[in-house]
Design a protein around this ligand. Structure first.
Ligand SMILES: CC(C)(COP(=O)(O)OP(=O)(O)OC[C@H]1O[C@@H](n2cnc3c(N)ncnc32)[C@H](O)[C@@H]1OP(=O)(O)O)[C@@H](O)C(=O)NCCC(=O)NCCS
Length: 139
């Protein structure tokens, strides 16, 4: 298995992968245009774990020049608890450190126990004094 930046030709496969492997509740629906825009703006942000030809994991290591945000951490259901999620988090953090980031964060649903385990194992802690305020920009 190797970890590397996603290639443009893989974006459709990554969308298919997210449909079965990622957390998909309470969030905007992914679209080809959105993932293509991410890839064009910052091609190093989308990291894939690949075993042969197969995508087995992803994470978006989003650096906006100010903060480090993690999105779309996902591992193929048949490949969980092999350390792939941990390796993806490590890869994202290496990118952030190289860019000068000082703190990484992830948005995690309160009832996603699998994710709580993975983020906790990676050293992440829930920040009880903050909550997320959101506003849709499209109706
Ligand atoms: C969360 C997720 C990415 C973890 O990926 P993974 O490859 O299985 O995680 P790892 O094997 O690297 O686990 C590393 C450590 O995290 C913890 N951990 C991972 N999954 C866990 C679970 N289901 N329950 C409790 N702890 C867990 C463990 O401490 C584990 O170490 P161990 O296996 O030696 O005990 C995976 O379960 C997943 O894709 N879930 C669906 C998508 C999702 O919810 N993503 C997170 C969105 S915020």
């Amino acid at each position: 298995m190797i970890l590397r930046r996603a290639a443009a030709h893989e974006l459709g496969s990554i969308l298919d992968f997210w449909a079965v492997a990622a957390e998909n509740d309470n969030r905007p629906v992914d679209s080809p245009a959105a993932v293509d825009a991410l890839h064009q703006r910052d091609p190093d942000a989308l990291i894939v774990a690949v075993d042969g030809e197969e995508i087995v994991g992803t994470v978006i290591a989003g650096w906006d020049g100010w903060r480090c945000h993690l999105y779309r951490l996902a591992v193929a259901p048949s490949r969980r608890r092999e350390g792939i999620g941990r390796a993806l988090i490590d890869a994202a953090e290496r990118r952030f450190r190289a860019l000068g980031g000082i703190r990484a964060d992830a948005m995690v649903l309160d009832d996603n126990a699998d994710a709580h385990g993975a983020w906790s194992a990676g050293g992440y802690r829930r920040q009880a004094e903050w909550s997320r305020w959101v506003k849709p920009l499209r109706s």
